[in-house]
Design a protein around this ligand. Structure first.
Ligand code: TYM
Length: 340
């Protein structure tokens, strides 16, 4: 009997450079990435997924700008390009090469069930790009080209990570190997789903046409404060327990954001703030957000003044990533039967 292989503990995650990092990306993803990096128990690889961004039309110059700005965001949030590997997806060609193999492993039916595909393609699926449909196979390739064991993400990526496990399982089974690990999704913290400031039942998103619905990491202090003060709430004071917020999604969202920014759990925050009126709480939240986010946006602008340095960092990241991805792709090609 063959022994189950042990995989190097390795974390991978990615963010699309599709413009404007939000507080959702920051709390749901970036702060978690920094935690993994700082814990030091796993190798950590973080990626700007430019190939994913082009599944919908992008202006070339804007895409280049957004990719560099996202890199600045990673650095400003605390990703250290020495301790982590920081890459731009298209600079590591093995992602796209493995994605092709996965296009031949994944089934049409699996892809058709993805809620993100249904939401994004909408009623006009005939006119959507083939890339948008195949998007989750590329995402599985991002993760598995490094045999990553853990993937921290926000709640909206859960279904894609289940598909990644299905692809790994089917590949291993079809070829009678244990080449890929069955990756663990890591969806944790107080802000796995940051909601719109204008509608607590809708996800905060960079594609929402209403700018006041989200906090952008590039917003200045006044804008951040104004957006929180104008966030939708209700006239009741804060309760002492999280269950009492079940029917108050807008307020629950603000409390979750406060807890995540402050690195505490929701129960502790509510125990302290019970009875406070929302107007007062929103002011406290605005102050906390400005305190935490302003240094990040300032650092991002500073880094963006030297794009050549960002490009150098990405080139170095790609070189380090390829030391891992090239041998894994070779292994895959051998298993599949490619002559090399
Ligand atoms: P993207 O670019 O939409 O979002 C990047 C990360 O931010 C999280 N996120 C949120 N978390 C909490 N509340 C929100 N409102 C919120 N909005 C976004 C997302 O869950 C995600 O973790 N398909 C991915 C990118 C990707 C990827 C990967 C991720 C490509 N390959 C491999 C992990 C592993 C995406 O579009 O994320």
């Amino acid at each position: 009997m063959s022994e189950t292989p042990t995989f190097t503990p390795r974390v991978f995650s990615g963010i699309q450079p599709s413009g404007g990092l939000t507080l959702g990306n920051y709390l749901g993803a970036m702060t978690r990435f920094v935690d993994w990096q700082d814990r030091g128990t796993h190798e950590t690889i973080f990626c700007m997924v430019d190939l994913h961004a082009i599944t919908v039309p992008q202006k070339p110059e804007t895409l280049r700008h957004n990719t560099r700005e996202l890199c600045a965001g990673f650095l400003a949030a605390g990703i250290d390009p020495e301790r982590s590997i920081l890459i731009n997806q298209s600079q590591v060609p093995e992602h796209a090469q493995l994605a092709w193999v996965f296009n031949c492993v994944a089934r049409m039916g699996w892809m058709g069930r993805m809620t993100q595909w249904k939401d994004k393609a909408g009623k006009n699926a005939e006119a959507a790009s083939l890339g948008l449909f195949a998007y989750p196979a590329l995402m599985a390739a991002d993760i598995l080209i490094y045999k990553s064991t853990h993937v921290p993400v926000g709640d909206d990526q859960k279904q894609h990570l289940e598909l990644t496990r299905d692809i790994a399982t089917k590949f291993n089974h079809d070829f009678g190997v244990e080449l890929f690990p069955i990756t663990e999704p890591v969806i944790e913290g107080a802000a796995t789903r940051v909601m719109s400031l204008k509608d607590g039942t809708k996800k905060m998103s960079k594609s929402d046409p209403v700018d006041a619905s989200r906090i952008n990491l590039t917003d200045d202090a006044d804008t951040i404060a104004r957006k929180f003060k104008k966030a939708k709430t209700d006239p009741d004071p804060l309760p002492g327990h999280a269950e009492a917020l079940d029917a108050r999604p807008d307020v629950r969202n603000l409390v979750n954001i406060y807890a995540a920014l402050d690195g505490r759990d929701v129960g502790t925050v509510l125990a302290e703030k019970e009875g406070k009126m929302l107007g007062y709480f929103k002011q406290e939240l605005a102050d906390l957000a400005v305190e935490k986010l302003s240094p990040i946006s300032q650092e991002m602008s500073r880094l963006m003044r030297d794009p050549a340095e960002i490009d150098r960092m990405l080139a170095r990241g790609a070189e380090r990533a390829r030391a891992i991805s090239v041998p894994i792709l070779e292994e895959v090609y051998d298993v599949v039967g490619m002559v090399r």
